[in-house]
Write a protein that binds this ligand. Structure first.
Ligand SMILES: Nc1ncnc2c1ncn2[C@@H]1O[C@H](COP(=O)(O)OP(=O)(O)O)[C@@H](O)[C@H]1O
Ligand SMILES: [Mg+2]
Length: 308
């Protein structure tokens, strides 16, 4: 067992909606100061798990604790120590950036003078000074997401839960959010992040679990998952299924495995160089040798891509 302090401990956590099991008996631990990721496609059960952790969705069975306190509907103790960046942009469109934060501060009973100070600091932190008095409709999606980050920090939370914080953002806006999240982590805040983007998981997460259909497929550091499941490199070849038999037979001793998805054949290997040399004999037009990614891990485990 890990000796670090657990911030979140889930045991056989399960959520059913009628006949649908959205979260299927998952167990995991998140430690103090780490960034832990839930990586999975749409419908994997990421948001449902998060909603049970921060006490807004009833648990069907199993348990989850936050800093030793059991999660159940409306557990205010947990809400006070947790900051949530929701998947939906649920800001009040009738209020300005500043007012949205001031209203939210009331929920935590922060005294007015203190609220004003903190709100101003947070507006600076997410670089929204120029939009301080703008209504929500005047903000870009990236700015709205940054405002959600600021809002989640009002109560100085020990734990930040970010549910797909960069979905729908362009690369520049995405990098700004990543940078802010990394800055929080460097101050010792524990982060729980969900994402459909393997690049995001690789960039931010110390450890992650790969989720699919309410279950955990694998858990570990991004590097460890890639090295355990794939090796170091992938050779990607566009080749019709009818024509690949001979190729697979010839590569058997050089590759650690292979997978076919649609029109593409993937060879997993420690070193793609040797494979590439041998593939030349086959005279194929579309061959690519690249480093292995978490997307390859997901593909290997499910035969599907993370984003379809
Ligand atoms: N309120 C709800 N009622 C019924 N089904 C739901 C509800 N919320 C989520 N689901 C279903 O639960 C599954 C997991 O959803 P969700 O946790 O939102 O996945 P993710 O966040 O990974 O995309 C999906 O099949 C989804 O349709
Ligand atoms: Mg979700």
């Amino acid at each position: 067992m890990n000796s670090k302090n657990p911030v979140i401990v889930a045991k056989n956590l399960t959520k059913k909606y009628g006949n649908l099991t959205a979260v299927d008996g998952i167990s995991f631990e998140i430690h103090e100061g780490e960034c832990f990721g839930f990586l999975g496609p749409n419908g994997a059960g990421k948001t449902t798990t998060i909603r049970m952790i921060h006490c807004v969705s009833p648990i069907t069975s199993g348990t989850v604790t936050v800093l030793g306190k059991p999660s159940h509907i409306d557990n205010r103790e947990i809400k006070l120590i947790t900051g949530v960046i929701p998947q939906e942009i649920n800001l009040d469109p009738d209020l300005t950036v500043y007012e949205n934060l001031m209203i939210f501060a009331k929920f935590f009973d922060i005294p007015h003078i203190e609220s004003k100070k903190r709100v101003n600091e947070l507006i600076d932190f997410v670089e929204l000074e120029s939009k301080r008095n703008s209504k929500i409709d005047e903000l870009s999606t990236g700015m709205k997401r940054r405002l959600l980050v600021a809002r989640a920090l009002l109560n100085n939370p020990k734990l930040i839960i970010a549910d797909e914080p960069t979905t729908g953002l362009d690369p520049q806006a995405r990098h700004l959010i990543w940078e802010r999240l990394r800055s929080l982590k460097s101050r010792g805040t524990t982060l729980l992040l969900t994402t459909q983007y393997m690049e995001e998981a690789e960039q931010l997460c110390d450890r992650l679990m790969v989720m699919h259909q309410g279950r955990i497929l694998k858990e570990g550091s991004p590097r460890q998952l890639i090295s355990d499941e794939i090796g170091r490199e992938v050779v990607e070849i566009r080749i019709a299924k009818e024509e690949d038999e001979k190729l697979i037979a010839q590569m058997a001793d050089l590759a650690c495995g292979h997978e076919r998805v649609g029109d593409t054949l993937y060879f997993y290997c420690r070193d793609g160089h040797e494979l590439m040399k041998k593939i030349v004999d086959f005279n194929l037009p579309n061959v690519l040798n690249r480093p292995a990614t978490l997307e390859d891990v997901f593909l290997k485990l499910t035969g599907r891509s993370l984003i379809e």
